[in-house]
Design a protein. Structure first.
Length: 367
């Protein structure tokens, strides 16, 4: 029996989407959008615009953490005047961003248009076997089928045999490609050595690794960037903004892309490249059931992916003010979320996705 590979730790690493700002009568008359003060606990600052958008806003919480960037009022008439671009701050892609739409709407009413850019990243501990694949790619004894190689960056280390050139970052895809890949040493990217010791500039990523039992000193990342994401289809459907709230779907999509769009092979010189041996840096997910990182830690039945969409939809509803104000409606959505967890065996996923154990969530809702 073939052992099921474990799905690597998959996260969103970039999320940008377009919205249409709802124009009031006053805004139409003044030909300018006005923005409300954000709710208590947040601050909104207007900064210099970009070469595409005349106005740029950044929202922070009172602890100084960046929440999102809002770009609006495009210079070009090719872009609709009421179109705006929202970029979620990187930190919240790891900590959770269920607050996003409510906070945005409080600042200015809007309707969602489409995804602009979506980056998905898989982090893994770089074993000797995996580093062997990295090194083969660096010296072209292995290649990514159908992909143009981009830039390479290396480090130089002193070994017993002399100075060795060690790859740090490899990339594939031209600037015009709608799908680009990057394989790099994430541990080195987020850590730096100082006189006082090793400092991490993205502690929320390192904490995510620790929560999944991964050491933070030898983590590599295989990252895919999809832009424009609105034109990308998966399983016959265009990607929508609401899809990014379903991490089950994001994981499945990432594995699908890894298996079909990042095909790594040994450079054995066959005329028919499919005869070159395939190399799997994350494992072969082709014909076997895969085990997810968020499988229930205490064993039991495997999660049923289909229930996760219902769970996430229910949790989104529970975050709405109008639902919280209606006891019957909030009870309905709360029970839906709990039932989805139990029927789908999603206790482990719930804990990872929402940062709270299901039993604790149930107890809090009952008090």
């Amino acid at each position: 029996m073939v052992q099921s590979p474990i799905v690597p730790l998959v996260n969103l690493d970039w999320l940008a989407f377009s919205v249409t700002l709802s124009e009031s009568v006053t805004e139409k008359e003044q030909h300018e959008f006005s923005f409300n003060e954000p709710p208590a606990g947040y601050r909104l600052f207007e900064l210099t615009g970009t070469n595409i958008y005349r106005r740029r806003f950044i929202c922070y919480n009172y602890e100084g953490h960046k929440m999102f960037t809002l770009l609006c009022c495009p210079y070009s008439r090719v872009i609709a005047y009421d179109s705006a671009l929202v970029e979620v701050a990187n930190e919240w892609l790891y900590l959770g961003f269920d607050w996003l739409f409510k906070l945005l709407y409080a600042i200015h009413p809007f309707s969602v248009q489409c995804l602009s850019r979506l980056d998905l990243a898989a982090d893994f501990e770089c074993t000797k076997e995996r580093m062997s694949i990295v090194k083969q790619l660096a010296v072209n004894t292995a290649y990514i089928q159908g992909k143009r190689e981009g830039s390479q960056f290396h480090d130089f280390t002193l070994e017993t045999t002399g100075i060795e050139r060690v790859p740090r970052c490899l990339s594939w895809g031209s600037k015009h490609s709608n799908i680009k890949w990057k394989l790099y040493n994430k541990s080195k990217e987020i850590h730096e050595e100082t006189k006082t010791g090793r400092v991490c500039n993205k502690p929320y990523i390192a904490e995510c690794w620790r929560q999944h039992g991964m050491r933070d000193d030898n983590i590599w990342r295989l990252e895919v960037s999809i832009t424009p994401a609105a034109k990308f289809s998966w399983q016959g459907e265009r990607l929508r903004v609401r899809d990014v709230f379903n991490m089950c779907k994001m994981e499945d999509m990432y594995i699908s892309l890894y298996m079909t769009r990042w095909v790594c092979r040994k450079n054995q010189g066959h005329r028919d490249k499919t005869n070159d041996k395939r190399l799997y840096i994350l494992g072969d997910f082709g014909q076997v059931d895969r085990v997810r990182q968020w499988d229930n830690p205490n064993g039991g039945s495997l999660p049923v992916v289909e229930y996760a969409a219902g769970l996430n939809a229910a949790m989104l509803q529970l975050d709405k003010v109008e639902v919280q104000a209606n006891e019957k409606m909030s009870g309905l959505w709360r029970n839906t979320a709990i039932e989805c967890c139990k029927l789908g065996h999603l206790e482990g996923y719930f804990h990872q996705r929402y940062g709270i154990a299901l039993d604790t969530f149930i107890n809090q809702q009952n008090t």
